[in-house]
Design a protein around this ligand. Structure first.
Ligand SMILES: C[S@@+](CC[C@H](N)C(=O)[O-])C[C@H]1O[C@@H](n2cnc3c(N)ncnc32)[C@H](O)[C@@H]1O
Ligand code: SF4
Ligand code: SF4
Length: 362
């Protein structure tokens, strides 16, 4: 979040020609994994990939959406950050190439199971920008225990092949590792930091707090207070500037539970202040795999009646179909459950928007 984003939100309040800065596309709910802490997606087909899933937006529909997004001066297209595995789509390479043809910044979150030399070449050749790679351990057996593929096949070697290729070749691909912390891997973080240091394209390690998705085993995976303290000392000893703390480590009533005051994740003074307003939809528009507009990446609630298939993005924006944005900007009922990053961003925007800006937008 920078001043440009804030300025864009301010201008966007009364100028429908300014679209969302980022469009988050789920692409598919299909997933070939059953990670222990995730609700997961629908199981993939036999060959682990899928074609023509009835309700998914087709490539042509996505291309139209990209053309509209380009018109509306969007900057970034994010794939797969919410649910499902984007590489389960057979046409993923075409979609990524088209995104780059429009010169968007392309970011994609993946479980890594489809990575190999061919994928490294494709991503390098099309100029893909960011891969958020979900890696919970540098050890194949821990990784594949926490994040097993449905067919039980090992996949860690493919990730190494992919990373080695990038090491040997010039590639602008930036890799950010996503590591979800649980009982089974919190001691592995030093190994993961060493692993990351071996690969020039790995830029940072996002340390994610495990969220409770209502799965029965959550209690067995969650760190207890003693383990949290141990984890804290591990982190402080590591002193790596690659580590970033994302998610609900602090704030949102979570403080007591997490019991952590992680370096780099202290609650900003802004978070201590009130108004519960949300501007997320003025800078990031989230779309489900079937085209439904969803409230935000954090709270994936479908906005009734809004589907990109029935109402193309240009029309959605121009005709102010997105009234829900206004309501959220007045009072976001879900603010307390929101993640630290989105909350911080919201507060920052709120601080920089005057009541007159809001009034103008009505
Ligand atoms: C839902 S996945 C979708 C993309 C892709 N399938 C993947 O795993 O990278 C997006 C991110 O959410 C993380 N995630 C999944 N379940 C989580 C949980 N219970 N708590 C925190 N993060 C979680 C994953 O590790 C991944 O980095
Ligand atoms: S690969 Fe991603 S979407 Fe699939 S189960 Fe794991 S975390 Fe969830
Ligand atoms: S407050 Fe947070 S959870 Fe609620 S809509 Fe905004 S970004 Fe999403």
């Amino acid at each position: 979040m920078d001043t440009q984003t804030i300025q864009r939100v301010r201008n966007g309040l009364n100028d429908p020609r300014i679209g969302p800065e980022t469009i988050a596309l789920m692409l598919t709910r299909v997933c070939n994994f059953s990670c222990v802490y995730c609700r997961g997606g629908r199981p993939a087909t036999k060959n682990n990939r899928t074609r023509n899933v009835a309700d998914e937006l087709a490539a042509e529909e996505l291309f139209e959406l990209l053309a509209d997004a380009h018109e509306l001066q969007a900057k970034e297209i994010n794939l797969g950050g919410m649910d499902g595995e984007p590489f389960c789509r057979m046409d993923i390479a075409d979609i990524m190439t088209q995104i780059k043809k429009h010169c968007f910044t392309g970011s994609l979150t993946s479980n890594g199971s489809f990575l190999n030399v061919k994928m490294a070449k494709m991503m390098t050749d099309c100029g893909w920008d960011i891969l958020l790679l979900s890696l919970d351990a540098a050890d194949a057996s821990i990784q594949q225990t926490l994040r097993p593929a449905h067919d039980g096949k090992p996949y860690f070697a493919g990730i190494i092949e992919f990373l080695d290729f990038l090491n040997r070749n010039e590639s602008g691909l930036r890799i950010l590792l996503n590591v979800v912390i649980s009982k089974l891997n919190y001691k592995q973080l030093p190994e993961l930091v060493k692993f990351a240091d071996n690969y020039k394209n790995i830029e940072s390690i996002n340390v994610l707090k495990m969220l409770n998705m209502g799965l029965e085993n959550y209690g067995d995976l969650q760190l207890n207070r003693q383990e949290l303290n141990e984890f804290k000392s591990i982190l402080f000893d590591l002193n790596s500037n690659k580590l970033k703390y994302l998610g609900n480590w602090l704030g949102g009533g979570d403080e007591e539970e997490s019991g952590l005051s992680l370096r780099g994740a202290e609650i900003s003074p802004l978070l201590r202040e009130e108004p519960k307003r949300c501007y997320a939809n003025y800078y990031i528009l989230s779309i489900d795999s079937n085209g439904d507009v969803i409230q935000c990446p954090q709270h994936q609630k479908v906005i009734e009646g809004l589907n990109i298939r029935k109402t193309p993005l240009r029309e959605l924006w121009a005709n102010e179909h997105l009234q829900f944005r206004r309501k959220m900007a007045d009072y976001a009922y879900c603010f307390d459950e929101c993640c630290t990053i989105l909350k911080e961003q919201n507060k920052l925007i709120y601080k920089n928007i005057t009541p007159a800006d809001i009034e103008k937008g009505r």
